[in-house]
Write a protein that binds this ligand. Structure first.
Ligand SMILES: [Zn+2]
Ligand SMILES: [Zn+2]
Length: 76
């Protein structure tokens, strides 16, 4: 029985969605940052955690975004 990577509980077939190669509860597959519910296969991922493509992933990890911890700044 697969365990949901978000809540660590068993995922039964009826409530299962598969994304990032793992099985999730439907309500557990949501953006780590804003909590928006995500569609399997059409969202971003970082460190095995789901994020929405916009705005969260782009803002956090995308090119030109912030949060990379680098020293490079404003290169427009
Ligand atoms: Zn869950
Ligand atoms: Zn988000």
């Amino acid at each position: 029985m697969a365990k949901c990577p978000k809540c660590n509980k068993n995922v039964y077939f009826a409530e299962k969605v598969t994304s990032l190669g793992k099985d999730w509860h439907r309500p557990c597959l949501k953006c780590e940052k804003c909590g928006k519910t995500l569609n399997p296969g059409s969202h971003a991922e970082h460190d095995g955690k789901p994020y929405c493509n916009n705005p969260c992933y782009t803002a956090l990890f995308g090119p030109g975004g912030f949060g990379r911890g680098g020293t490079e700044s404003h290169k427009y």
